[in-house]
Design a protein around this ligand. Structure first.
Ligand SMILES: Cc1cc2nc3c(=O)[nH]c(=O)nc-3n(C[C@H](O)[C@H](O)[C@H](O)COP(=O)(O)OP(=O)(O)OC[C@H]3O[C@@H](n4cnc5c(N)ncnc54)[C@H](O)[C@@H]3O)c2cc1C
Length: 338
């Protein structure tokens, strides 16, 4: 069984791009990190909302796909040996003397000297369709995110939803899947017109089946493995779609959850920080990235990167009391293993 109690220097809440870069910045100052995320993968919005979209305003890259940026950030953090606790939201923060204990929904407890909140718009979770027993299929044959397209090669896939994610993944998975069926309750999709045209063309060519106007009604299968997805039209007429996987794309919800109860100063659902240090109103707790608020704040990845550096420097005296911190360039200091 995995160890549930840990001790480290800093607990980072949020493995989005900014949380990942905070591991690097802390590491450069001899500060160890454990990183929590509600999602079962790192990358925050980049991974969950737009992995295949190019980003054009990351310094040094004229363009980089969001998923690749996340990969690069994880690679940059790796020499500092972070521990990731993914797939469960942080549920509690307790003050213990000068330090804290951060706990997640799986019961993992991390004792630390400082906390960095890099929680973006809040913990990501799926908007679940209200199908009895769906939880038993999640992670085996029901997926709310596509992490690797290859995992779906040759599979019979039912995609449900009418937005960009449903349409974009139908187009993409049609290239590898055995069969793709798109369930939507009306003929019009809320997707880019060009993507909708492409989808209709694939349907005309018989490469995708549009199951319209239908909604999800039930799942059939055993021990988490699907045999079929039952759909129904508005009159209650049912169809049984033999399938291996269901991908419901009804959007991801974010919720601030317990953070809102941690006696931090908030402004419009974001945590107020001192921009010089990213310190919050509670000593030892810092906030960076989209969740951090101060006058003139730009919600951009590059802004979050700079905030990660500021927070790491402000945290150093807490983790290494009495040790002088001499500002050094990375070119002078190097990273472990280089
Ligand atoms: C479609 C789109 C395109 C974009 N394009 C650009 C662009 O071109 N350039 C740019 O700079 N920015 C862009 N952005 C914005 C950019 O993605 C965000 O600024 C960036 O992701 C913020 O990073 P973050 O690490 O602060 O937060 P996020 O990426 O939001 O990550 C926060 C993470 O914290 C986790 N979390 C929150 N609460 C908890 C909790 N209680 N327990 C555990 N985990 C928790 C969440 O699950 C999430 O994974 C775009 C955004 C979108 C949606």
């Amino acid at each position: 069984m995995a160890e549930k109690s840990h001790t480290t220097d800093v607990a980072i809440i949020g493995a989005g791009p900014v949380g990942l870069f905070a591991v690097f910045e802390c590491g450069m100052l001899d500060t160890k990190c454990h990183v929590f995320d509600a999602l079962d993968m790192a990358g925050g919005q980049c991974a969950a909302l737009y992995p295949e979209k190019p980003i054009y305003d990351i310094p040094g890259y004229s363009r980089i796909d969001a998923a690749l940026l996340v990969e690069r950030l994880a690679e940059q953090a790796a020499p500092f040996d972070p521990t990731y606790h993914l797939g469960h939201p942080v549920t509690a923060l307790e003050q213990h003397g000068d330090g804290f204990v951060v706990t997640n929904a799986a019961g993992v407890r991390v004792a630390c000297r400082a906390v960095v909140i890099a929680a973006g718009g809040g913990a990501f979770g799926p908007n679940r369709p209200p199908l009895p027993g769906i939880e038993a299929f999640e992670g085996k044959s029901v997926f709310y995110l596509v992490r690797r397209r290859e995992d779906f090669r040759g599979k019979r896939i039912v995609i449900a939803g009418g937005g960009d994610s449903a349409v974009d993944w139908a187009l993409s998975l049609a290239e590898v899947a055995g069969q793709v069926m798109v369930v939507h309750r009306r003929p019009k999709f809320r997707a880019a017109p060009q993507s909708q045209r492409q989808l209709e063309q694939l349907a005309d060519e018989g490469k995708v089946e549009l199951v319209i106007p239908y909604q999800l009604a039930a799942l059939e299968g055993a021990e988490g493995w699907l045999d079929a997805v039952v759909v129904a039209d508005l009159a209650g007429n049912e169809r049984r779609l033999a399938a291996d996987c269901l991908l419901p794309f009804f959007g991801l919800a974010t919720e601030l959850g317990p953070l809102a109860q941690w006696e931090l100063a908030f402004d419009d659902n974001r945590i107020v920080v001192d921009p010089a240090t990213c310190a919050t109103s509670r000593a030892g707790i810092f906030a960076i990235g989209d969740i951090a608020a101060y006058p003139g704040k730009l919600k951009l990845i590059l802004t979050g990167f700079a905030e990660a550096a500021a927070a790491a420097h402000a945290i150093h005296p807490l983790v290494h009391p009495g040790e002088a911190l001499h500002f050094e360039y990375s070119t002078t200091k190097g990273v472990p293993g280089t």
